[in-house]
Design a protein around this ligand. Structure first.
Ligand code: PBG
Length: 334
């Protein structure tokens, strides 16, 4: 081929930098948005506290008292965050996690308080898992041989789901990774008239070292690991399979967790299901960026916003993040 024009479009006709020449042009060309409505704030509430208690492994995050929890939820709502996900830290634990379905248990009391305070402005959500409430720290009840008993655990999840729905939770986060948990809870809720309570299936939840700092946040009693129920970090196909199963069981939303180390799974799940997909930016993702920012090794605000944008770009419709309120304020400020 001779002459100035090639049959294959290319330089100098094609100049991708045209789309980057000014802020307004870049704004027109931007593919992915991060808005306050895409953010959900996970919160910890601990029984018996009169003041919030700092969590050493997650600088800037606290275990809340009931009062500080209410105030923080109002602040999140005012910042435009659209959901709060509650985790309870009980004073007493036992083998079956009795505190989880006790109407006077910390998580259910806190849920009722938040539903009354902010229930019209944000979606009040509750973690539905036994690990905070069991004295052995596993996400389910144990069989005689010490293994986690799937079907016996489903009965506990059903009791927990009904207690949370009665307390006013609008969305239950099924994070325990038991087989059949979505269907079991959906049927039980519907039989009691809770058709409108939403279910978030933690579909692709990996047995991840990035949960490390969370263990201190909930005073976890776990020894050993969760590899008989959470996914092997090497498995992408299996994550998609779990998401399809949760969708078929009636999950309204499915989750990929952690977020940043599993963006490939997130993209594949987004393409495979037709329900909203959320991702959980977990405690280890939080702690890494905070530590580097504290040392001045990266720009804290830009790095946090980029991490959240990346999770959105990979396919998350919403993101659970400990930075939700702060990030929502940055976004609103522009
Ligand atoms: C267990 C649970 C965990 C997290 C949320 N729910 C820990 C685990 O599975 O070991 C981790 C969240 C985080 O690290 O931020 N129900």
């Amino acid at each position: 081929m001779t002459g100035a024009f090639s049959p294959v479009p290319g330089f100098p006709d094609v100049r991708p930098r045209r789309l980057r020449q000014s802020a307004p042009v870049r704004s027109l060309a931007r593919e992915t948005d991060l808005l306050p409505r895409h953010l959900v704030l996970p919160m910890f509430v601990r029984e018996g506290l009169s003041e919030p208690a700092p969590i050493g492994s997650m600088p800037g995050v606290v275990q809340h008292s009931l009062d500080s929890l209410r105030r923080a939820a109002v602040e999140a709502a005012e910042a435009g965050v659209t959901g709060v996900m509650l985790f309870g830290v009980p004073a007493v634990r036992d083998a079956i996690g009795s505190g989880a379905d006790d109407e006077d248990g910390i998580l259910n009391v806190a849920t009722a308080a938040l539903a009354a305070e902010v229930g019209d402005a944000v979606v009040v959500q509750t973690d539905l898992c036994l690990d905070e409430f069991t004295d052995h720290g596993h996400c389910g009840v144990l069989a005689a041989d010490g293994s986690v008993d799937n079907d016996a655990t489903l009965e506990r999840y059903v009791a927990m789901a009904l207690a949370q729905a009665r307390a006013g939770s609008q969305l239950l986060g099924l994070s325990g990774m038991m087989d059949g948990q979505v269907a079991a809870v959906r049927h039980a809720l519907d039989a009691e008239g809770f058709q409108d309570v939403l279910l978030l299936g933690y579909a692709a939840k990996y047995a991840s070292a990035f949960y490390g700092p969370f263990r201190e946040a909930v005073d976890s009693q776990l020894e050993g690991d969760r590899r008989t129920y959470q996914l092997d970090p090497g498995n992408r196909r299996e994550g998609v399979r779990e998401a399809l199963l949760d969708e078929a069981e009636g999950a309204d939303i499915v989750m990929v967790k952690p977020a940043m180390a599993f963006l490939d799974v997130l993209r594949e799940v987004r393409d495979a299901v037709r329900v909203p997909v959320w991702a959980y930016q977990v405690s280890g993702e939080y702690a890494m960026i905070e530590a580097a920012a504290q040392n001045g090794w990266l720009d804290r605000e830009r790095t946090i916003l980029e991490s959240l944008l990346s999770i959105r770009r990979a396919g998350a419709d919403a993101v659970l993040t400990y930075w939700a309120t702060e990030a929502a304020r940055w976004i609103a400020r522009g």
